[in-house]
Ligand binder design. Structure first.
Ligand SMILES: O=C(O)CCC(=O)C(=O)O
Length: 385
């Protein structure tokens, strides 16, 4: 396990106030009432209490979703991805001198940052949705010039991640929240290495529907954030509860009112290994540079309502702008079936999820070498709204 490291950094002069903010945040998080195991009603529908609290807060911590066995698989998969990264932004090889992953992909895959930096905050990147730069503490010790802190299109790099994508309870939750015809958005890995991991400035994820007449709290979908090592106030994502219901928010003003990037209303996700957070993409959220000695690896799996993407012009951070038609949506959704088939091979005794939009399909979704190859650049078809 990589859960802690010997060396770490701190926030310099801000360290005492950051620590106080983290302590207070953790206490609030533990009292918020938005955590527990995934529960269903006797008719198989998702627990009404969970739906109500998720709707109120915009995020919910599902505890103990991933078994010890699955976590071990995921650790193998994630380690293999980290080992296969290029040694630097312009390198072709990984640390073992082999061809690195991501380099022959047309779709965006690897995102680099200086240690403890904030690559997006206060820039126009990603439609300028990260208006305020976070504090960038100075790393201590011998650190690389740049590190990969975010990977997209992850399912092509790891069968272990692909299998977890088809976790039957998680897909049942996706169905309950976004409807039987729910569709994928994108998949990502956030890597917060101790003393190095970059911050993700406060933002909301959606880019297309803020002015839509039929906008509501679920319009821009949600992310599952599965935690390999758990997460703390210091290295985890913070959320402003309830902000997902607002059509317009002023993040810069929240920061101005707080007098720093320590937004007062925000609450951290506090998780153990194997917990999975469902997080509304419309909620204001962000994470601080990881000066702690704890690793955080978050496995993100995003899902949308079909009606939020059909006929909509999307694109931006995750791909080229395009109008998403029914053919593209079903093509992108096929990975759900492939993942289900891959998972069946690993967990044959588990009740598999049935993905209704492809129930009647005559296509062969057997998980084999050809299927694995077909995943190359699959995220060119991401449904990014
Ligand atoms: O994991 C993080 O630090 C940021 C996650 C995030 O911003 C997202 O999933 O949209």
């Amino acid at each position: 396990m990589r859960a802690t490291a010997e060396s770490s950094s701190d926030y310099g002069a801000n360290d005492p106030v950051m620590r106080e903010y983290f302590e207070q945040g953790e206490a609030k998080a533990r009292n918020l009432g938005n955590r527990g195991t995934i529960k269903f009603e006797s008719d198989g529908s998702l627990s009404k209490d969970i739906l109500e609290i998720y709707s109120e807060m915009g995020f919910y911590v599902f505890e103990n979703v991933l078994s010890h066995e699955e976590l071990k698989d995921l650790e193998t998969g994630v380690s293999s991805i980290l080992d296969r990264l290029p040694t630097s932004r312009n390198a072709d090889l990984n640390k073992l001198g082999e061809p690195a992953i991501g380099l022959n992909c047309k779709a965006p895959t690897l995102f680099w940052s200086k240690p403890l930096a904030d690559p997006f905050g206060g820039t126009n990147l990603a439609n300028g949705r990260h208006p305020v730069k976070m504090n960038e503490p100075l790393p201590e010790g011998n650190v690389p010039d740049e590190v990969v802190y975010l990977i997209l299109g992850t399912l092509q790099f790891s069968e272990e991640l692909l299998r977890t994508y088809a976790h039957p309870k998680l897909l049942k939750v996706a169905e309950a929240i976004n409807g039987e015809d729910f569709v994928p958005f994108t998949e990502a890995l956030f890597i917060k290495e101790p003393g190095i991991g970059a911050s993700v400035a406060w933002h909301r994820d959606g880019t297309t529907h803020w002015d839509s007449p039929d906008f509501d709290e679920g319009t821009h979908g949600f992310n599952f954030m599965a935690q390999l090592y758990g997460c703390t106030a210091a290295n985890g994502v913070w959320v402003v509860p309830g902000s997902h219901k607002e059509r317009y928010v002023d993040i810069a003003d929240m920061v101005t009112r707080a007098g720093s990037e320590r937004i007062e209303e925000a609450i951290p996700m506090i998780c153990n290994p194997g917990d999975v957070v469902i997080s509304n993409r419309q909620a204001v959220h962000g994470s601080f540079a990881n000066t702690s000695s704890d690793w955080r690896i978050t496995i993100n799996q995003g899902f949308h309502r079909r009606k939020s993407v059909l006929g909509v012009k999307g694109g931006g951070l995750h791909g080229k702008p395009a109008v998403y038609d029914a053919e593209r949506i079903i093509e992108r959704s096929k990975i759900i079936k492939l993942a289900i088939e891959a998972r069946k091979q690993r967990f044959p005794d588990e009740q598999a999820f049935e993905y209704k939009p492809l129930s009647a399909s005559k296509e062969d979704f057997t998980w084999n070498a050809a299927a694995r190859k077909s995943l190359h650049d699959y995220n060119l078809l991401d449904l990014s709204i």
